[in-house]
Design a protein around this ligand. Structure first.
Ligand code: HEM
Length: 556
């Protein structure tokens, strides 16, 4: 049996190598980086220490680059061209699908076919129910809930500082992680993880699961192409029986991946069951009388689903998968971004003071002890510019992945020069099956788009300007937020963008009104997992962002 299996494997590998040898890439004429291993571009693209590889893409190779495949695989494209991005994300979004790697991965993590795992009409139908829970009006009503959480954050941080010698470094990532998880738990689920209680078992377990599942998955990237077939495997009893064997695999990554995705699911089930029970007992009124006055995203989604036409209603497993997508989408991205903001401010005391002055003036103008509301926070020009510039330069999601399901020609704003003939091409045929990587961080740093100072942190570039006016030549990118790619664009753009911006502004303003920040002695390495994750340089024991924090003599 074993010799037969070995012979079959060898024959398959030889056939694949032969096919690869005969393969003529449709992208031979496009410049691109040489792969650093036999695995082709894959190891470079996913290298946790490879952020520089992404950042240099447009300057070295232009706005479309060829990524050479492995000895067994075919080539891919890395796209940052504004016109091509518009075609891929908006015009032809049904042709450039979320990759099966991602839909398989998120289908398993979210235990069902939520937004991140569906395409076409099903995706449109689900977005119709999810988008209304994120309108500016709905987000503005979450402000009191947000302040409840930031008050706990402030008290916990003040207590930690009081218990330590003055000037000792603290891990601000721990603070932003607890804050963003508690914010999305309360505002998203109407639930608490008691995240500021160091002994909270629920916080520890959920936090471990939500922060580990994607970094672990990126260690399994060679297996990602098979996850979609795995989760759709029939008969279901066979898949379930095989899944029971995972804990016995002598490799920790699949075991931990399974454990993490199994930890989060029961919490979402309980939250949904609680809402249903309340609804059965007292209808919508009972939900509206709950602790969040019915303003949490889960109640809104429940309502939106209840009011939908029968054909549009989502079954419970899809509601749960979407709930899980929302919580996941909100957690890692926002906590990492918040710690990035604070470490930037810690290195720039003058910017910190200017932001504090802007806040002080706004509070004085308001003339009461009430905190700034949604609109008042949005009307602070320096805070807004710092927010945009940080999210441009330090894009939390570096790239996304699409798969082409039919041959399509896309236009190019920046022509490609043929490496053989030097001929200029103003459009590009992308053939069926090509993996297409959309370099969001690279597009946000392109010197052709943003000018020669594209890689400099310069909040002033946004003063008095909207979206494309801050680029070098009024270039329009198809991004949802301020003409940049941070939250993507088109029908699959991030629905939680307003939630994220409001959270970032509100948390930062709360911290700046009570504390000052100073740079710590160590440098931070931002590692590329699916979102950017901060580590102290030379210390791989876990994500951290040490800074020195001091209470303000007079907080306001
Ligand atoms: C700085 C913070 C955030 C960033 C940079 C960010 C970025 C993104 C990006 C790039 C995508 C597209 C992924 C893809 O197509 O492969 C996305 C999707 C998504 N985000 Fe966010 N996000 C952030 C915060 C949030 C928040 C706060 C929420 C919810 C409260 C959220 C919920 C979602 C959901 C549900 C999706 C899936 C949308 C779909 O497939 O239709 N995100 N996000």
């Amino acid at each position: 049996m074993i010799p037969l299996l070995a012979a079959l494997t060898l024959a398959t590998v030889l056939i694949l190598i032969f096919r690869r040898w005969r393969y003529i890439s449709p992208y031979e004429h496009i410049p691109g980086p040489a792969p650093s291993s036999l695995f082709g571009y894959l190891l470079d693209l996913h290298n946790p220490n490879g952020l520089g590889w992404h950042f240099q893409m447009t300057e070295k190779f232009g706005h479309v680059a060829r990524l050479k495949g492995s000895i067994l695989g075919s080539d891919a494209l890395y796209v940052t061209d504004p016109a091509a991005l518009q075609a891929i994300l908006v015009r032809d979004y049904n042709v450039f699908r979320e990759s099966t790697e991602f839909s398989g991965l998120f289908g398993i993590v979210h235990h069902g076919d939520g937004l991140a795992s569906v395409y076409g009409d099903e995706h449109k139908k689900q977005r119709k129910l999810v988008d209304p829970i994120f309108t500016p009006n709905r987000i503005s009503k979450l402000t009191p809930l947000f302040y409840n959480v930031t008050r706990q954050m402030k008290a916990t941080l003040a207590a930690e500082l009081a218990s330590k010698p003055r000037g000792q470094e603290i891990d601000i990532l721990d603070v932003t992680v607890r804050t963003s998880l508690e914010l999305i738990a309360q505002a998203g689920l109407g639930h608490t993880f008691n995240s500021f209680d160091r002994d909270s078992k629920e916080f520890k377990e959920f936090h471990w699961a939500i922060t580990s599942v994607l970094p672990i998955a990126s260690r399994l990237f060679l297996f990602l192409p098979y996850l979609e077939s795995w989760r759709k495997m029939k008969p279901v009893w066979l898949r379930r029986s095989l899944a029971r064997l995972v804990p016995y695999i002598p490799w920790s990554a699949p075991r931990k991946f399974q454990e993490a995705s199994e930890t989060m699911h029961p919490i979402y089930q309980t939250v949904l069951e609680d809402k249903k029970r309340l609804f059965r007992q007292g209808g919508m009124e009972a939900l509206e009388e709950s602790a969040t006055s019915g303003k949490d995203l889960m109640t809104l989604l429940f309502k939106s689903n209840w009011e939908a036409q029968t054909d549009d209603k989502m079954p419970d497993d899809v509601v749960i998968a979407n709930l899980s997508s929302v919580i996941h989408g909100a957690q890692e991205t926002t906590s990492g971004a918040l710690s990035r903001f604070i470490s930037l401010l810690a290195s720039d005391p003058s910017l910190q003071n200017k932001l504090r002055e802007e806040l002080r003036e706004a509070r004085e103008l308001k003339g009461s002890d009430d905190e700034l509301d949604f609109h008042e926070l949005n009307n602070l020009p320096l805070l807004d510019a710092v927010c945009r510039e940080t999210l441009r330069l330090f894009t939390p999601v570096t790239f996304v992945w699409r798969q082409t399901i039919e041959d399509t020609i896309v236009p190019l704003q920046y022509p490609i020069r043929d490496v053989g003939t030097g001929r200029e091409m103003r459009e590009l045929l992308i053939t069926k099956g090509t993996p297409v990587y959309l370099g969001m961080a690279a597009a946000n740093r392109s010197a052709a788009i943003w000018g020669p100072d594209a890689s400099v942190f310069k909040p002033e570039r946004w003063f008095g300007k909207m979206g494309h006016e801050s680029t070098a030549e009024n270039t329009r990118l198809p991004g949802l937020y301020s003409n940049m790619m941070t939250f993507l664009g088109g029908p699959r753009a991030c629905p939680g963008m307003r939630f994220a911006i409001h959270e970032i502004k509100l948390v930062l303003s709360t911290l700046l009104q009570s504390f000052t920040f100073e740079k710590a002695s160590s440098d931070i390495d931002w590692k590329l997992y699916i979102t950017l994750t901060p580590y102290v340089a030379g210390d791989d024991t876990g994500p951290k962002v040490p800074v020195k924090v001091y209470p303000l003599e007079k907080s306001f």
